[in-house]
Design a protein around this ligand. Sequence first.
Ligand code: GLC
Length: 707
Amino acid sequence: MERIERLLGALTVTEKIGQLSMAAAARAVTGPGSQRDLEKDIRSAAVGSVLNAWGSAEVRALQRLAIEHSRPGIPLLFGLDVIHGHRTVFPVPLAEAGLFDPDSWEQTARAAAAEAAADGVSLTFAPMVDVARDPRWGRTVESPGEDPWVASEFAAAKTRGFQGAGLRADSSVAATAKHFCGYGAVTAGREYASVDLSERTLHEVHLPAFAAAVAAGVAAVMPAFIDVGGVPMSANVPLLQGWLRVRQGFHGVVISDYNAIPELCAHGVAADLAEASALALRAGIDIDMGGSAYRTGLSQALDRGLIEHWQLDASVRRVLMLKEMLGLFDRPYRGQEAPVPAAATRALARQVARGAITLLTHRRPVLPLAAHLRRIALIGPLASAAQEMLGPWHADGRAEEAISILAGLQTALPRCRIDSSAGVDLTGQRRGIAAALECARAAELSILCLGEGSAMSGEAGSRAELGLPGEQRALAEAVLDIGRPVIGLLTSGRPLTLPWLFERADAVLATWFLGSEAGDAIADVLTGTFNPTGKLPLSWPRQVGQVPIFFAQRPTGRPARAGERLTSSYLDVPATPQFPFGHGLSYSSFALRDLRCTPRSVKAAAAIEVSVSVHNESATAGEASVFLFVRDPLASIARPLLELKGVRRIALAGGERGSVAWQLPVAALAFPGVDFEPLLEPGVFEICVGQSADADGLLRCSIEVVP
Ligand code: GLC
């Protein structure tokens, strides 16, 4: 690009380093370090991008400083964590993953991008596509769950949604696939802890979603804070240069995580900022988020010969190219005056929130709520907590615009008296249990609103226990002891190990953090206005001692068999999850029959036609999800017991029969060989179809791949 070369040629070294520095504005605080004089830095061209600023007035003012009052006059990028919505907050990614619906994932990203772009944002630090199999880790809430195929579909759909028809469009923002890579496998689920994975697991589990994001044209990638096998991702040349830029052909911008470059010193691989900056630049990190490393370290690194000018220019070129692709040189003042969320966006938020609600247990027929109910007790610290419904990373989401569970039920049940009593708070104060019990005793039915506060998951939200925080269990058991019908609603950023609740309550639903429309969506499901369709995007453990737990386990030499001692199991807890991946009940009931796979013998370049019939055996219209797994029972490398290759959803009236089908390319049966390139080995494969990863519920047929 001629314009870029001209701009680059006119920059001093200090101004080049400025283009690689992203400074934090003060509207949100998402990392450590002191706030600098942002306006002074912009005037002196010491920064080329800003994070955590939004609102067209503020953004325009900062942009004007850059264009009219700095020597180079180069427009700024404005970055923000628009993870699951901007002003209208959608369900957290873990909840949204449970729709298993790429169209929906794309639509919410599209709507969030439009709202954020109207507020002057040009770059979002999303989608987060880390595979998460250890729910002790707080960022499980931000992830698309445990499966690499789902994470890949999610990465591509979100990239399409955020970036829309092109980055120049007023309603588009540049997307950032993060956190590259393996962050979900932190040691013991502890935040920022070291990750130690085999290269095989990296290639089979943690890299596919980033390959999918790059293939979808993602504009940026963000390395994770963590080290992988002792090599911090912010300095990881083999993965950032070798795998991402060379093998995947990624030409976009790599943005460090917040302060991650100076933290290379804390990792113990750099003696000072000059070394840290040189390691990061050589690894291909173009933008230093936090802006404190490159600003001082890169000029020293040049003086000490740790980096070359061409390496500096290569990064500046990529940053200028991104600004060019966003059209910032021609139209730097993106955004509108005081954008207002569209009604259609709120309607989308309600629709997606409904779809994310997962009916975990329904032991006695208490749902949908009977129309004759006249008095309900809403008990628990999440009953009227509108702010908590927004979850972590809610950008410009506002509590006053969020609908609490209480408000949603009051709207849906105008003729029913609904008393609400928190009973306990989230931190363990239990002053109000007596009042809550009074409330429950006076009601025909109690709804327990239990779970986590939004600050108990997300970044730096790891928990070593997965029960209910504080004294919520004491409250819940006291209500259960009354002996009237009890429904449990779990607001959380992760699965919670509550066998005592699942055994006693009449029904329990996972409501995660559903965003602005939480209360209305929950009411839609409880009243039967919406028949629940949510399915678990991760295995739900019985006890924290089981984690990491996931369905794609390798068989081992002694596969787990219930009741048999010398097999891969525990003495004290079944090896199976409380609820399997894909679990989610409905007010309908569905049966799968007649699995067909043709042809039975296929060559590598062909596809397998898989079909199965689905019968709604109930009188209630509903929607079923059908999962397609494959199993390679004999290969040169032990293959997982199940690998997910597709999901289909089908809506059926009461009593109706339908069918779902896939054209499964034989190439999808390949796995990373010893060189981690796709390897397809001839032989017999099992095609498995079911309503979850529960092995007992799968229909199976075999096909043979012939040379
Ligand atoms: C945080 C997070 C990252 C986020 C960034 C900017 O530390 O790790 O996901 O995008 O800083 O807020």
